[in-house]
Design a protein around this ligand. Structure first.
Ligand SMILES: *[C@@H]1O[C@H](CO)[C@@H](O)[C@H](O)[C@H]1NC(C)=O
Ligand SMILES: *[C@@H]1O[C@H](CO)[C@@H](O)[C@H](O)[C@H]1NC(C)=O
Ligand SMILES: *[C@@H]1O[C@H](CO)[C@@H](O)[C@H](O)[C@H]1NC(C)=O
Ligand SMILES: *[C@@H]1O[C@H](CO)[C@@H](O)[C@H](O)[C@H]1NC(C)=O
Ligand SMILES: *[C@@H]1O[C@H](CO)[C@@H](O)[C@H](O)[C@H]1NC(C)=O
Ligand SMILES: *[C@@H]1O[C@H](CO)[C@@H](O)[C@H](O)[C@H]1NC(C)=O
Ligand SMILES: *[C@@H]1O[C@H](CO)[C@@H](O)[C@H](O)[C@H]1NC(C)=O
Ligand SMILES: *[C@@H]1O[C@H](CO)[C@@H](O)[C@H](O)[C@H]1NC(C)=O
Length: 857
């Protein structure tokens, strides 16, 4: 080619958790609106002016602030803004497929208001985005930035024009972009079956080799997320774990190939997927009878009116014979493989440890409720395999361009759940000082307002303390997409989004923060290693969890924690600020919780014990954190180790749930074996989980019941020094409750301060949590509601004691009439129409007056 080669031969080294895998590839990363530089992973990004023949209509800008979730300042902290159409020009190889990735960080850019930014992006003839709002998209996905990835069909041209066009119909509108990647990729796309159409003439086949695609989801099924640097073929793809997309209560089990098994790619491209994808899988489980009764199901929200390619990656790593297990595959209720054609991966691949992938095309209409890609696996019985089981190793979903060569969908709409959660957090895009005023307006119902006001109260207090709000004020992702609240159109690009999502610290920074891991800074010791307090640059107080390098368990929990915590931000969850994987050290850096654990403030310590009301408030905070884990994402996240030492307190006594090391995501450590090892802490373990080894969110509810009794009785969950029947707090409290002698075991220090009605509500709730069967236990949302109610009873009692109630009833009655009760109930996750327990109160209006007028809070 006569043109100068635009492709720097870049050596890409990326390291997240393990050491970097070095790959070389024909790739170009450009840092738009900036001089370029290296990102946190050492990859070089170059200046964009060279590729922008006319840059008059554009402005180079710097982001107003760095969201803590940004992994790297390059390319996010700078952007190029276009006020009129502008084109980047790249020279490319004809007949070569290209992968293009765009990075958008809708921050504050000088006088440009990103809320006004709507634009189109085309690549040659292909419309990639139209009327696109990065701000709306990020808001809906609860991400600070969004990455869009496309695969462009081979063309005859030796130039690629990428054009940004601000939407015509908005005033002050503009287009912007922070980074563009352009990578040569093998043409991994070919002919495939269109599921749901059986055409003997072969019209049910779709040829995608010359089509343009948008990557929607890319998952390492049954395994852990794989960062770009660990991808193969220099494609720098991110693979995410699949659990958030699993549908239904049954999650199957995760499997891992024997370490010594070699993965032999044979005749599929090595670029198809990294070995790690093929070394882990999710299968239905060991119980054939059980497996026949359900489908292993994943569900993905997509833009309607497009055809999607569903690529399933398989590798049989357990058996070395055919017909050991075979599965039916359904996509959107239609059979993709079944009957005599059911999937026997061993036969497809012709060997053990040989990867293979299968592609299926499916059309997704805009019929309400069908805007999904649903994948289901079940055991095939027709082939009479040895085991009734089905499994999957990896999955990718691509959107196929339509007849007009367009891939553009609508902007997503934030889900109701998202908006609710949004109300509980400070805005991340604007640093306005009075965001919480908006909360009052949008929250609508007065009751919901109070809940928020409470949070805001803590928050405003907190931000006065020091510079720490830079991260505590931050908010980042739920499992983005969640259309939990019923909103349907939140287009679901989580998989393309943010890898890692937290800061990378160097070992030097960590050592400086902790005075070289000085023993005097140790604030705790756990299975993982020691925890140090420290101060990072800028004066932020942190807790640094330093791993014990020899523990494999440690590595897994380390990864799990990064994955869980970096994606979950909530007022009542401990925030992960970043991590360090450097110089043979693995450290996690958290927000420092000045007051330590809940436990040390209720018994066995030299500090003064907490009052009853403080305990109640802490229980409510923890319940809110757990409720968020269970419902804040489309799919439930189970904490698995709820206990008083995992509830931490910040300087304002705000409760934060911590320690996600055991949260259910990681692959099974027993290589190649199907098992669910019971984990958790004795004294808190759900008996049902123990018996059936089946984990549900109700196991957390059980453990939380124990926490509630600990708070009430000020004694440990297990105390072996007591008489046999009293050793377990759960058993003892239940039997006392039944006998009506609960009063006898309440902490004498607080006993007199507890209002009898409040105690009744509280103990009733705790007892329900300890129900033997999960199904009889309340949801965390119900628990939260009941605890809040108990707190109101207590406060009402306290205030009627101190002063006579007057004048305030009127307003409160109105507020219950205008539906605020229903609203409140929704906010705590209850379904409208379930039994309303408020009627029990004889002084309802007084309670609601408190809800409406949060005086004294
Ligand atoms: C940005 O624009 C949106 C919508 O046009 C408006 O609501 C918001 O107040 C603006 N923000 C600033 C900082 O001007
Ligand atoms: C933009 O506005 C013009 C005139 O108001 C209208 O004709 C055109 O259809 C609009 N375009 C879009 C995409 O809405
Ligand atoms: C989908 O296509 C149909 C028919 O072309 C059209 O009526 C409908 O508005 C489209 N729906 C969306 C969400 O674009
Ligand atoms: C699949 O079947 C379920 C249950 O019958 C139904 O609710 C759903 O809408 C169907 N989905 C599609 C894509 O047909
Ligand atoms: C599994 O899914 C398929 C397709 O939706 C359905 O026909 C079948 O009845 C399901 N099987 C079970 C056991 O639910
Ligand atoms: C390998 O490729 C050949 C021809 O390209 C094909 O016939 C064969 O089925 C492939 N083998 C596997 C295991 O896919
Ligand atoms: C292509 O665009 C035209 C005009 O906007 C529209 O009528 C047609 O339905 C589109 N075709 C497809 C396949 O979307
Ligand atoms: C552009 O997107 C916004 C936000 O999703 C939507 O409200 C508006 O109707 C869209 N405009 C056009 C012309 O599609």
């Amino acid at each position: 080619m006569k043109n100068m080669s635009f492709f720097a031969i870049s050596v890409v080294g990326f390291s997240l958790i393990f050491n970097a895998v070095v790959v070389s590839s024909q790739s170009l990363s450009i840092d738009c609106g900036a001089k370029g530089g290296k990102d946190e992973d050492g990859r070089t990004w170059v200046e964009d002016t060279k590729y922008l023949p006319s840059s008059e209509n554009s402005v180079q800008v710097q982001a107003g602030f760095q969201d803590p979730s940004l992994l790297s300042t390059v390319p996010y902290m700078n952007a190029r803004i276009f006020k009129s159409p502008a084109t980047y020009k790249f020279s490319i190889k004809p007949k070569q497929r290209y992968l293009v990735r765009f990075h958008f960080y809708p921050s504050t850019y000088q006088n440009f208001n990103v809320s006004n930014s709507f634009f189109a992006v085309t690549a040659g003839e292909v419309k990639l985005l139209n009327n696109f709002s990065a701000a709306i998209t990020c808001q809906a996905l609860t991400q600070a930035y969004v990455i869009k990835e496309y695969s462009l069909a081979p063309s005859d041209s030796d130039a690629l024009h990428i054009t940004f066009t601000p939407s015509a119909n908005y005033s002050n509108t503009f287009a912007f972009v922070n980074g563009i990647e352009l990578i040569e990729m093998p043409n991994l796309f070919g002919m495939m079956k269109l599921v749901g159409y059986a055409d003997p003439m072969g019209a049910d086949l779709v040829d995608t080799s010359a089509e343009n695609l948008e990557m929607m989801f890319r998952l390492n099924v049954g395994g852990q997320s794989i960062p770009p640097g660990k991808d193969v073929g220099g494609l720098l793809r991110s693979w995410f774990y699949d659990e958030p997309y699993l549908y239904g209560a049954t999650l199957g089990v995760t499997l891992k190939a024997d370490q010594n098994l070699e993965i032999d790619y044979q005749n599929i491209s090595k670029s198809s997927a990294p070995e790690d994808v093929y070394r882990t899988a999710r299968s239905m489980g060991r119980d054939s009878d059980m497996n026949l009764k359900y489908n292993l199901t994943w569900e993905f929200h997509v833009d309607p009116n497009f055809t999607y390619i569903v690529r399933l990656h398989f590798c049989e790593f357990l058996y070395d014979k055919p017909n050991m297990r075979a599965s039916n595959i359904y996509i959107n209720n239609e059979t993709a493989q079944g009957g005599v054609e059911s999937a026997d991966v061993f036969i497809w691949a012709k060997g053990k440890g040989v990867p293979v992938y299968k592609d299926y095309a499916v059309m997704v209409s805009d019929v309400e409720g069908d805007e999904n890609v649903k994948l289901q696996l079940s055991p095939s019985t027709v082939l009479k395999p040895r085991y009734y089981d089905a499994f999957l190793n990896g999955l990718e979903i691509f959107k196929l361009n339509d007849g007009n060569r367009s891939l553009a969908g609508k902007n997503p709409e934030p889900s109701v759940m998202m908006l609710q959660t949004e109300n509980e957090k400070p805005k991340s895009f604007t640093k306005a000082e009075d965001d919480y005023v908006i909360v009052g307006a949008t929250g609508g119902a007065a009751v919901a307002f109070v809940v928020v006001a409470l949070l805001v109260f803590f928050y405003t207090k907190k931000r006065k303390v020091d510079g720490t709000e830079s991260h505590t004020a931050s908010w980042l992702p739920v499992y983005g997409n969640s259309n939990v609240g019923g909103s349907k159109s939140s287009s679901n690009h989580l998989a393309t989004l943010a890898q890692g999502l937290c800061r990378h610290f160097s070992i030097a920074e960590i050592k400086q923060a902790t005075k070289n891991f000085d023993e005097s800074n140790v604030i705790g010791v756990g299975g993982f290693g020691k925890v140090y307090k420290g101060v990072i640059s800028g004066g932020t107080h942190v807790a640094v969890k330093r791993s014990n390098p020899s523990s494999e368990q440690g590595i897994n929990e380390f990864q799990t924690e990064i994955e869980m915590l970096s994606k979950l931000r909530h007022k009542h969850l401990v925030s992960l600020i970043g991590f360090c994987e450097d110089g043979g050290e693995m450290c996690l850096v958290y927000d420092y919780m000045a007051r330590g654990t809940f436990r040390e403030h209720i018994y066995n310590n030299k500090k003064p014990n907490l009052s009853w009301k403080q305990r109640l408030e802490i229980c409510i905070g923890a319940a809110r954190g757990l409720h968020y884990l269970h419902t804040g994402a489309k799919y439930t996240i189970i904490h698995r180790d709820v206990k008083t030492t995992n509830i931490l307190l910040d300087e304002k006594w705000v409760a934060k749930v911590s320690d996600f090391g055991l949260s259910k995501t990681g692959p099974d450590l027993n290589q190649g074996h199907v098992s669910t090892v019971v984990k958790g802490s004795f004294g808190y373990l759900d008996p049902e989980y123990f018996r059936r080894q089946q984990l549900t969110e109700k196991s957390d509810v059980y453990s939380f019941g124990v926490v509630l009794f600990e708070a009430l009785c000020s004694r440990p969950a297990l105390n072996p020094s007591l008489p046999k029947e009293q050793v377990s707090l759960a058993d003892w409290a239940l039997s006392c409750y039944k006998k009506g002698t609960l009063d006898d075991i309440i902490d004498p220090d607080i006993k007199d301060k507890i209002d009898p009605e409040c105690l009744q509500k509280f103990s009733e709730t705790a007892v329900k949590c300890l129900s033997d069967q999960g199904i009889d236990r309340p949801s965390m949302g119900d628990v939260l509601w009941n605890l809040e109610y108990a707190l109101q009873l207590q406060e009402t009692a306290d205030s009627t004691k101190s002063r006579s109630s007057s004048g305030r009833e009127q307003g409160s009655v109105r507020s219950t009439e205008d539906g605020s009760v229903g609203h409140r109930r929704e906010a705590s996750g209850r379904s409208v129409g379930s039994e309303l327990e408020l009627n029990e109160s004889k002084d309802e209006s007084a309670i609601f007056s408190q809800l409406v007028n949060p005086t004294g809070r």
